[in-house]
Design a protein around this ligand. Structure first.
Ligand SMILES: C[S@@+](CC[C@H](N)C(=O)[O-])C[C@H]1O[C@@H](n2cnc3c(N)ncnc32)[C@H](O)[C@@H]1O
Length: 315
């Protein structure tokens, strides 16, 4: 996939994240509520922030007074917090990791990667995710380093919080983009960062707020029954239902709300799970290319859902 165009001076995602929305961005941007351009919307809330593709893209074109970013993933929130508070110290640590990495040949790079991975996993039992502390800076540097140098460039921890992705063998991984980290820090000045469940943003949402929900996808292939008790990322069908209830709650508060998800009709035209959950709202199906099957056999044109609680003008 070609790299997205970078605008100088603008902040961009600093991590490659599973389920990142870079590809869907044009469709999301076309459906932003008009209050963003007019200034009526003064607060942006993204409760499943991940790599933050829309958060960063939105701020390329618009100024919004205050943003709230949430995610359940402690490591991710740690990185956002470190960039917000200590970008220069983080850059210093990444500079060090980068020069250590680039002075080695491929075999030594691999050993260096596994050494950092081990240190990262060992630190998990000691690190406190409660309240900011200086250990976070080293840990954020490790997360970014591992994200850049691991196989497939995806930072993904297992159920126990361990990171077990193998070495990535990239020739020139982009371990440090100091300019972007500084731009991200500037953007995060008017931003509140919280670790927690999506519903914990309830207190900051009012009629001048735009909320974008990008939850873990409902799996496309398996039949609903199999997935009622288990889903990847611990987000099961009950969570999808809980989220739809929350969407209605924020709608009743007068907020503008947009949500993206997989379209179950890609694999089962009879599956009306989201059409039922979000009935009464604007439900659109937009084309996207991603893998249907985890083994890649089903790669091809499929639809994604974009649901809004306001009419979409697509200007
Ligand atoms: C599809 S990803 C978001 C991707 C993001 N839009 C991007 O562009 O990179 C979903 C995110 O939801 C987070 N998550 C999972 N369960 C959650 C919950 N109950 N509350 C808040 N975040 C949750 C995951 O950690 C993950 O970062």
């Amino acid at each position: 996939m070609p790299r997205p165009k970078r605008t100088p001076g603008q902040a961009h995602p600093f991590l490659k994240w599973a389920g990142g929305k870079t590809q869907l961005l044009p469709e999301l941007i076309r459906r932003l509520p008009s209050g963003i351009a007019t200034g009526e919307i003064t607060t942006y809330v993204e409760p499943f922030i991940g790599g933050g593709a829309l958060f960063f893209a939105l701020h390329e074109h618009h100024t919004i007074g205050q943003s709230y970013l949430l995610d359940i993933n402690c490591e991710l929130i740690l990185c956002y917090s470190v960039i917000q508070k200590d970008a220069e110290a983080l850059i210093g640590q990444l500079e060090h990791l980068k020069s250590e990495y680039y002075t080695r040949d491929e075999e030594e790079r691999k050993a260096f990667y596994y050494d950092i991975r081990d240190r990262f996993n060992r630190q998990l039992s000691e690190i406190s995710f409660e309240g900011y502390n200086p250990d976070w800076i080293t840990r954020a540097a490790w997360v970014i380093f591992l994200n850049r140098t691991c196989f497939n460039g995806l930072f993904r921890v297992n159920q126990k919080g361990g990171f077990n992705v193998p070495f990535g063998k990239y020739k020139n991984p982009d371990i440090l983009n100091a300019e972007n980290l500084r731009n991200v820090q500037t953007l995060l000045r008017n931003t509140s960062i919280r670790q927690g469940d999506f519903s914990s943003c309830r207190d900051v949402v009012d009629e001048k707020t735009f909320v974008y929900f990008d939850p873990p996808y409902r799996p496309l292939n398996e039949k609903t029954a199999v997935f009622t008790s288990y889903a990847k990322d611990g987000f099961d069908e009950d969570d999808q239902i809980r989220l739809a209830d929350f969407f209605r709650e924020l709608d009743a508060k007068g907020a503008k709300v947009m949500l993206s998800n997989s379209d179950p009709k890609n694999t089962d035209p009879e599956d009306c799970f989201f059409d039922d959950l979000y009935s009464g709202f604007t439900i659109e199906r937009v084309p996207a290319t991603r893998m249907i099957n985890s083994n890649g056999a089903g790669r091809g044109a499929i639809n994604e859902l974009i649901i809004t609680n306001y009419p979409v003008s697509k200007n």
